[in-house]
Design a binder for this molecule. Structure first.
Ligand code: NDP
Ligand SMILES: O=C1OC[C@@H](O)[C@H](O)[C@H]1O
Length: 399
């Protein structure tokens, strides 16, 4: 057996998700039966200071040889970096990804991909021009649970999918949690709000079960009707979003499919029992699949019209040890023997590099653009615009 190919990562930014991702990246891939690739971290950069990058590398147990940088520019010029993981707020993705691509680096960029579709298209063009890999890090889509879900749909078990209802809502008490208005969830200068932060997951559940499963030549953008409620009268961050989508589909595929995407940082999906109330329902003519966690799902329920009710479980292998990894504001810690599950998207990026692919298999760049277009349209209908300096497609812009 040939030895695994090691992918050398550079981590751009040192906040919450950068920490979780980096810890997950360093979980031994053999714990999830991946043997052809491994990951290492060769560098991390903080825009605040070199010492912040140093303490990040220590905190994540990165190799002692990893370079710490006090600027993102230094990171993207490190010749040892194969791929840059971008973990800044949404507002910064376009500038940071452009910086990395211009410097010849492959990129895995956190969700939401950019602030608007125009930025996303320019990044995609740049990646193609430079023949580089680029992927949006919607980690949930790479979970084996989601791969299996899509296989179930393709097998016809639930019949043609006619409707998907998807919600990601968390009661965050924003006035209390983010009182000074600076937090990325409510700060318009960071493209904060429910739509880009949470709604993007709801849209991904819908897109992956309706749009992605159509042959590329029949995929058409959905019609969109959206409503946004703003967080407060003075802020341009939304707290609750509801979107109705109609996906045009050939009659042979079941005809048009409907979907409803919702998200909120004001009220939770369910006030009490998250284990019993599904947040995503994928409904076909012969049955449905129910999902109980829209971000880090570990179980789904298959309910068929013949009366079958079956729960299926997927673990997230890793060292866990209740180490306080990021759990979406829940404050819960991962159990002993668990990882977060961000390694699946990292594996997909690594396999793409090894195989010479320039896009991910489970969420390609055209679809990331389509999803950004839906969010643009919702904002257009609701009259929500972020500050010019983060909506711009100019590069470079000092944010
Ligand atoms: N996949 C997932 O489950 C999750 C994804 N996310 C996504 O990850 C991204 C970052 O979120 P998260 O890690 O929670 O955010 P944090 O605020 O914890 O971290 C963001 C980091 O970005 C850097 N940064 C650069 N410029 C700014 C700026 N002007 N304001 C704030 N930070 C800045 C900072 O790192 P430095 O000082 O080192 O440069 C900062 O630590 C978002 O796009 C979010 O949607 C977030 C949570 C979960
Ligand atoms: O990506 C995310 O996943 C979990 C959410 O709670 C968080 O706000 C978001 O950024």
């Amino acid at each position: 057996m040939s030895s695994p190919k090691t992918i050398r990562w550079g981590i751009l930014a040192t906040g919450e998700i950068a920490t979780t991702f980096t810890k997950d990246l360093l979980v031994n891939p053999s714990t999830r039966d991946v043997t052809a690739i491994t990951h290492t971290v060769v560098a991390a950069a903080s825009s605040s200071s070199k010492s912040r990058a140093e303490s990040f590398l220590r905190q994540c147990n990165c190799p002692s040889t990893a370079n710490a940088y006090g600027s993102y520019e230094e990171l993207v010029h490190d010749p040892d970096v194969d791929i840059v993981y971008i973990a800044t707020p949404h507002s910064h993705h376009y500038q940071n990804a452009m910086l990395a691509l211009e410097s010849g680096k492959n990129v895995l960029c956190e969700k939401a991909f950019t602030v608007n579709a125009a930025q996303a298209k320019i990044l995609v063009d740049k990646a193609r021009e430079k023949n580089l890999f680029l992927m949006e890090a919607v980690w949930t889509r790479y979970f084996p649970l989601c791969v299996h879900l899509r296989q179930i749909i393709e097998s016809g078990t639930i019949g043609p999918v006619m409707r998907v209802v998807a919600d990601l809502s968390v009661a965050l008490s924003p006035e209390k949690s983010f009182a000074d208005g600076k937090h990325r969830m409510v700060n318009p200068y960071l493209a904060g709000g429910a739509l880009l932060d949470l709604g993007v997951y709801s849209l991904n559940w819908i897109f992956q079960t309706i749009y992605y499963l159509q042959p590329p030549e029949t995929r058409k953008p959905p019609q969109v009707i959206g409503a946004l409620k703003m967080y407060d009268a003075t802020s341009s961050a939304d707290e609750t979003v509801s979107i109705v989508l109609t996906f045009p589909r050939p009659r042979s595929a079941g005809g048009d499919a409907h979907a409803i995407a919702t998200a909120s940082m004001r009220i939770a999906t369910t006030a009490a029992d998250r284990e019993r109330v599904p947040c995503v329902r994928i409904q076909g003519t012969q049955g449905e699949v129910q999902i109980f966690n829209a971000v880090r799902p570990t179980r789904f329920r298959l309910v068929l019209v013949d009366g079958t009710v079956e729960d299926q479980f997927w673990s997230q292998p890793g060292p866990g040890k209740g180490s306080g990894w990021y759990n979406g504001f829940s404050g819960k810690k991962n159990a002993e023997g668990e990882g977060q599950g961000m390694f699946w998207e990292a594996d997909e990026a690594a396999f793409a590099l090894v195989e010479g692919r320039k896009e991910g298999r489970y969420l390609d760049l055209e679809e990331s653009i389509r999803i950004m277009e839906v969010m643009d349209e919702v904002r257009r209908q609701a009259g929500l615009r972020y500050p010019d300096k983060i909506e711009t497609t100019d590069f470079p812009v000092n944010l």
